[in-house]
Every structure is written in C-alpha cells, then in structure tokens.
Ligand binder design. Structure first.
Ligand SMILES: [Zn+2]
Length: 370
C-alpha cells in the first residue's frame, strides 16, 4: 500500500495565501481581485514549480497581476509569503483569517488532483475503473442541464451510468422538486434511457435534506419512487455542538443509500457538522450505507484523512461530482484523487461496480432503524 504523505501541493499553498491576502484588503475591489487570482491558481492544471522558467520568469496567467506574482515568487523561493503575513499583520482581520486558514485543510488544487490521478503508486481507484457519477443536479432543481445533456456529457466521459439527484421538496432554497415534478422528471429520464437502447443507464436519484433531528424531507412512500436516495445536511453547519445523533438517525433511514457531503464543510468558510465520525462510519458500514467523497472543489467532503478513517471502519464509498453544470462533471476527478490518497480499493467504491451490482445494492433494504 502506498505510504500516504501530505500532498506537496504548491498551488494550494499559493492559492491559500492569495485568499488570505484577499481578506486582508480594505477595498472590496482589491479583495475581489485577489479572490479571483486565488481561484485562477487553484484551477491551474500544472504546478507553479513546473510553470516557472529557468530564469525565474512566470508565463502570463489570466487573473494574475503584479501583487499576486510577488506572492507566487516568494512561495516558490521559500515556501512562505512574507508579503501576505505583513498584510495580515497590518489589517484588522487577523482572527478571521486565522479561522479561515483552519477551514481549508486537505483541500487539493486541480494540479494536485491531476498529479495524484497520474501517479501509478497510489493504491486507490483509477479513472478507468470509475463507471458513473451518482450525485449531480439538473434543471429540475438548482442545476442547469437537461437530463439529455447530462446523459450525453456522462457518456462523453466514458461512463456507463449516472444518477441525476436533484434536491427533494423540503429544500426550497435549492429549488427542491415537488413529487409531481419528480414524476415528470421520471418520464424524461425514461425517455432518455429508451433512446439510448442500453448503451447508458440514467438513474433517478434524489438528494434528501437531513433536518436538525436527522429526519428526511421525504416520507417512505416518496422515497421508494426514486432509484437512489442520498441524504445530506444543509443546515446547522456552523455550530460547535455535537450532532452525532443527527447523522446516525439520517443513515438509519431504510431508504438512504448514500450519506452525501457528510460534513457540509465549505473550504475556508465553514467547518460543517461536528460529530463522532468514527461512530457514524461504523453505523454506515453496518447498514451498507455508502459515505460520499463529494468532489466539488469547495467541499472535498469527505477529504482523504476522514476517508481513511471510514475505510478502517469498513465503509463503502460513493465518489461524486455534485455538478450543477455539465462543465463541472470533472469534479468527480477531485473525489477520485481523495480516494487514491486514502488508498480505497475500487471494490469498496459503488461507482466502480458494474450496473447489475449497483442496482442490486440499491434494491437492498436494510429495514433496520437501529
Ligand atoms: Zn447538497
């Protein structure tokens, strides 16, 4: 098994410093500029160490001005940025910036994702083993694509199946589907499957919301109309009180197959649910509920450190993009990179199973609410 070391992710270090510099600015315009610069660095496919020429010059990177270039040079030379530390020291935002730094741990840049996917020494799943994405959003809730566009884009990525998982009716803020809309969406998905004649299979999933007590915004009769039920927390994500009971209750629901973005963290912004994750993972393992690695760049939830603990607890996993546009389907690569860093065998990842095995698992009902 690969010895897992902390990723030497220079683009994440630079991107983090540029985020810090953004929050140290008094001018909203400068703050926006550095946030944009940070996003540009996080989104590069090549590490900055490989972009810098022998004479020390950097190529033009869209969104990167002279101030950001200085930070890049400092980090490439020393691993640190005195310019950013100085700006933080002279701002009145030290406490906020320190808090934000703690909240972006184990977040991978795109260049690091590319490196991890190419490095054959990691024990986890390869891109070729990944057969389909099980969390994404369409025009039926807060996503933009039609179900036809989703099927086309997933086939172009080489998938053999995918699940459209729009929000359930309880989450009004995300355009949650009424059950009437869900029935209409089912007909649209059936039409896509009929037109593809078995070359690709689109599942109708749903992302149910976990309320503060751990109940779902779907009753049992409603849940059975979907091929796949994900449950995910979308509230109480900035509190320090223990919410283990909430997560245990959610996964005990007999229709839940995937615990999606389990913490609900947002990198650099909020920590998400505080819980005894080893207890949650143990119960998920016992009930055959998959824990998700959500690949949205701002989520990366679970990250590879927590995923390792879930692996040790005996969990199975879902690796999903949580895409809201077809251009975001590549976020599944971010989930794959975390799975590789955690050395999760492909056999423990439901997205790597053939369709028959996946459908068999989806039709199981644990029935136990213990
Ligand atoms: Zn969600």
């Amino acid at each position: 098994m690969h010895e897992v070391r902390p990723p030497s992710d220079v683009n994440a270090v630079v991107g983090g410093y540029l985020r810090d510099l953004a929050f140290a600015q008094a001018s909203p315009q400068k703050m926006y500029g550095y946030k944009r610069a940070a996003a540009a660095i996080f989104g590069l496919e090549t590490p900055l160490t490989e972009l810098v020429a022998a004479d020390g010059t950097l190529p033009r990177i869209p969104g990167i001005g002279p101030g950001s270039t200085r930070v890049i040079r400092e980090v490439l030379e020393s691993g640190h940025s005195p310019t950013v530390e100085d700006a933080i020291g002279h701002s009145d935002r030290q406490a906020d910036i320190t808090r934000r730094r703690r909240l972006r741990q184990n977040v991978l840049s795109r260049a690091e994702v590319v490196r991890v996917l190419r490095d054959p020494s990691y024990g986890g799943p390869s891109s070729d083993e990944y057969r389909g994405d099980l969390q994404m959003h369409s025009e039926w809730s807060d996503g933009s694509p039609t179900v036809d566009e989703i099927a086309d884009s997933c086939m172009a990525r080489g998938y053999t199946y995918a699940a459209v998982t729009d929000h359930s009716h309880g989450l009004k803020i995300a355009g949650g589907m009424s059950m009437e809309e869900a029935a209409e969406q089912r007909r649209a998905i059936d039409a896509v499957n009929a037109s593809l004649g078995g070359r690709f299979h689109l599942l109708q999933g749903v992302e149910a919301n976990i309320d503060i007590a751990g109940a779902l915004d779907l009753d049992d009769d409603e849940a059975t109309t979907f091929d796949l039920v994900l449950a995910a927390p979308h509230s109480r994500l900035r509190r320090n009180d223990d919410q283990t009971h909430r997560m245990l209750a959610a996964i005990a629901h007999p229709h839940v197959r995937i615990l999606a973005h389990p913490r609900g963290r947002i990198s650099g912004s909020r920590a998400g649910v505080v819980a005894d994750w080893d207890a949650v993972f143990a119960k998920a393992a016992r009930l055959g509920v998959a824990v998700e690695i959500d690949g949205d760049p701002a989520r990366q939830d679970l990250d590879y450190t927590l995923a390792r603990r879930a692996l040790a607890a005996g969990c199975i996993f879902a690796l999903d993009s949580d895409a809201h546009t077809t251009a975001q389907l590549w976020y599944a690569d971010i989930a794959l990179a975390h799975a590789r860093l955690a050395s999760i065998p492909a056999d423990r990842i439901v997205n790597c199973w053939p369709l028959d095995r996946l459908l068999g698992w989806l039709s199981e009902r644990s029935g136990a609410a213990s």
